[in-house]
Design a protein around this ligand. Structure first.
Ligand SMILES: [Zn+2]
Length: 469
C-alpha cells in the first residue's frame, strides 16, 4: 500500500526535469502517467474527428447531425458515427491515418467492428474495403435484451397504456415482438421461446424475470383513471366527465350510458373488478394511488420457487444471472434437451462419456467438478460437489443466512456455472477439441471474475481481500 500511495513522478520539459508531483490517486496498472497520457491523446483524436464537421463532403449520421456528434468514448472504447456513404467513411479513415502519423497508433481491425443499418450491400462492401473492418451484429446477450425490452416497453408504450385501453391484439403483438427479440435477437416473428412469456413476466420470487405484463399494467392504469374520477382529481378531463356524464351521481354506482366514449366505458367497466378488492378499499381510504404497488398486488400469488434467494443479493454479472435463471428453470440447452426436441442425435458430454444433462454438467462431470471444487477451496469451503439438484439443496442451505458469506457464495456459484457453460459452448460449437481435461487457467479466470464482481460492492471488499493472498 505504501508503494501505491507514496509514488511521485517527474516530467521532462525542454530537456529539464520538473519538480516531483505526488500521485494522490495512486498508481493505475503500474503506470502513474498512463491515464493522463491516454486522455491527452484521445482528446487529440476527438478534436481531429470533430473538425470533420467543417468539411462540406462529410455527412453526419442522421441521428447525430443536430448534436454534431462524430465520436463518443466510454473508458477506452470508442464509437464513431457517420452516414453510411463512402465519402464520409473515407474522410473518417483519413483522419485516422493522420492520427497514426502523429502518434504511431493504428486501428486494430481485430478489435473493431462495423455496424450498418439501412445501407445497400454494395455500399457496405465498399465501406468494408475502405475500413478493413468486418460487419458486426449488436452484441446483445439475453440479459442485455431483457434490459432493452424493459426500457423499450416502458418508454414507448407507457404513455398509451396510461391513457387508453389498448386492444388485446395490440398487446399480444407487442408481447410477441418482445418475446421474439428476447429469444432470437431479431425482429422477425418466431415462435421460438425457451421459456413462456407469461413465466418471464412473473415476479422473481415466483421464478420469473419481472418483465412488465402489459395487459395487467394497462388494467391498473385504467383503475387509476377510475380512482381519479372517484376522487374528483382536479384535472380538466375529470371535471369534464363529471359535468357531462356523471352529473351528480356517484361514479361507483352510475350506469354506463351509451353516450359514453369507448374509453370511458372501459374505465367504468373496471368498477366490477375493483369493488371486491381489498387494495381498492385501501387506495380509496388512504387517498394515494401507487400504480406500481397496485400492479404487484394484482399479481396472482403462486408458490414461490425455493431458488429465488439466489437471484437477490447476488453480485454476479447480468449474463451469469441469466444463465443461472435458465438453469434453475431447467431450460438450459444441454444435449439431453436438444436431443429430446430432435435437434441433435449425439448426447455425450464434451468432457467424458456420460450423457450431458444439467444434472451431469453441474457438477457431476469430473472436469466441471474440478473447477467448482477449486473455487470452493479458494473460498476455504470444504465441500464435494454433486449433481445439480443436490448442489442446489446444499447451496440454498449454505446461503440461508443473510450476510457477506452468502453473497460471495451465491456470486461464486453463479459465475462458475456461467463460465463452465461458456467453456462447454466453446468446446461444442467451435470444435476446439476440448475433450481433453485441459482446464488449467479456467479456475483462475472464474476466480478473477468473482473478485471483480464482488469488488464492485464496497461492503464485500474487506471480505474478498483476504482471499486474494
Ligand atoms: Zn462430463
Amino acid at each position: 500500500m505504501q508503494v501505491v500511495t507514496t509514488i511521485s513522478y517527474k516530467s521532462i520539459v525542454n530537456g529539464a526535469y520538473t519538480k516531483g508531483m505526488n500521485a494522490k490517486r495512486g498508481m493505475r496498472q503500474g503506470d502513474p502517467i498512463s491515464l493522463m497520457l491516454f486522455v491527452l491523446v484521445m482528446e487529440y483524436l476527438h478534436r481531429k474527428l470533430k473538425d470533420l464537421s467543417r468539411i462540406p463532403n462529410f455527412n453526419f449520421h442522421s441521428k447525430c447531425e443536430k448534436l454534431k456528434l462524430v465520436d463518443m468514448s466510454f473508458d477506452d472504447d470508442r464509437l464513431l458515427f457517420t452516414r453510411g456513404d463512402v465519402i464520409s467513411v473515407q474522410l473518417v479513415m483519413d483522419r485516422f491515418k493522420s492520427f497514426f502519423e502523429a502518434t504511431g497508433l493504428v486501428v486494430n481491425p481485430n478489435k473493431c467492428k462495423l455496424y450498418c443499418g439501412n445501407i445497400d450491400d454494395g455500399t457496405v462492401q465498399q465501406i468494408t474495403n475502405i475500413t478493413g473492418l468486418t460487419s458486426g451484429v449488436l452484441p446483445f446477450s439475453y440479459a442485455g435484451r431483457i434490459r432493452l425490452i424493459n426500457s423499450v416497453i416502458f418508454s414507448t408504450t407507457n404513455f398509451w397504456l396510461q391513457c387508453i385501453p389498448l386492444p388485446k391484439d395490440v398487446i399480444r403483438r407487442i408481447e410477441a415482438l418482445c418475446r421474439t427479440f428476447l429469444w432470437t435477437g431479431k425482429g422477425i416473428m418466431s415462435r421460438k421461446a425457451l421459456i413462456a412469456w407469461s413465466k418471464v413476466c412473473e415476479p422473481k420470487s415466483q421464478g420469473g424475470l419481472n418483465v412488465v405484463d402489459l395487459a395487467r399494467w394497462n388494467k391498473v392504469c385504467l383503475i387509476k383513471l377510475l380512482w381519479n374520477l372517484c376522487r374528483k382529481a382536479d384535472s380538466l378531463w375529470v371535471r369534464w366527465v363529471h359535468t357531462n356524464y356523471m352529473k351528480d351521481e356517484r361514479v361507483m354506482v352510475v350506469p354506463i350510458k351509451n353516450s359514453c366514449s369507448w374509453i370511458l366505458k372501459e374505465i367504468l367497466k373496471t368498477i366490477q373488478e375493483v369493488e371486491g378488492l381489498n387494495q381498492w378499499q385501501q387506495v380509496v381510504k388512504n387517498d394515494v394511488f401507487k400504480t406500481k404497488k397496485f400492479y404487484y398486488s394484482l399479481v396472482e400469488a403462486k408458490s414461490k420457487v425455493p431458488w429465488r434467494k439466489l437471484m437477490y443479493e447476488n453480485e454476479a454479472s447480468p449474463r451469469a444471472l441469466f444463465t443461472l435463471w435458465m438453469s434453475c428453470n431447467k431450460r438450459i440447452g444441454t444435449k439431453d434437451r436438444l436431443s429430446k426436441f430432435g435437434m441433435i442425435s449425439e448426447e455425450n458430454c464434451e468432457f467424458c462419456p456420460a450423457k450431458e444433462s444439467l444434472q451431469h454438467l453441474f457438477f457431476e462431470c469430473t472436469t466441471m467438478k474440478t473447477i467448482w471444487t477449486a473455487v470452493l477451496e479458494w473460498m476455504n469451503i470444504l465441500h464435494s460437489p454433486q449433481g445439480w439438484d443436490k448442489e442446489m439443496t446444499w447451496l440454498l442451505t449454505s446461503c440461508n443466512k443473510k450476510g457477506w458469506r452468502s453473497t460471495v457464495l451465491k456470486t461464486a456459484f453463479t459465475e462458475t456455472v456461467y463460465m463452465c457453460w461458456l467453456y462447454r459452448n466453446t468446446s461444442v460449437y467451435k470444435n476446439t477439441g476440448a475433450r481433453s481435461n485441459d482446464i488449467s487457467g479456467i479456475e483462475n479466470d472464474v476466480i478473477d471474475r468473482i473478485v471483480h464482481r464482488c469488488w464492485r460492492n464496497p461492503k464485500l471488499r474487506e471480505h474478498v481481500a483476504p482471499l486474494l493472498i
